[in-house]
Write a protein that binds this ligand. Sequence first.
Ligand code: SF4
Ligand code: SF4
Length: 161
Amino acid sequence: MNCSKSMIMEIEKLEEETGIRKCIRCGKCTASCTLAEICPDFSYRESPRGIIESVKRDYRIIFDQAIWECLECEECTRQCVSGIDYRRFIKGLRQIAIKCGVIPEGVKCTRCGRKFISVKTMNFIINRTQSSENLKSLLKICPVCRQRIYLKNWHGLKNWA
Ligand code: SF4
Ligand code: SF4
């Protein structure tokens, strides 16, 4: 798969806007990355610094599953000494990947069908929480649908009161 010229321009714009080119390769982001705890096979390839380096080398990284592992927790952004907004960068990269026809692997929300979390992360949460069947089915609802359910219940309660 190849990126079209317009997609390359979008990636370049994203690099500019998020400050990716200011990276000094200090590695603080990767040292603090939450993925290291979640993924037993956490590798440099899927780390923030690794993704930044890959993007610089070859824009075809957008076709790689590695860009879908990040949890968007923002820890690396908080740690970055160059003020790089990695969270915004990875989100933008994913949007571009989808426009290029990439279908990421992931767990589908049982309500809306949208893939919202990587398989690795879901397995980690289920194992760590030793989830009951009830909790497992709740975890498989994406945050947007969960919020809708809460709001619906909340308004129901307010009307009832
Ligand atoms: S936002 Fe992503 S890359 Fe950054 S620390 Fe969190 S999981 Fe790691
Ligand atoms: S913390 Fe910032 S400057 Fe350091 S490697 Fe990560 S992105 Fe680059």
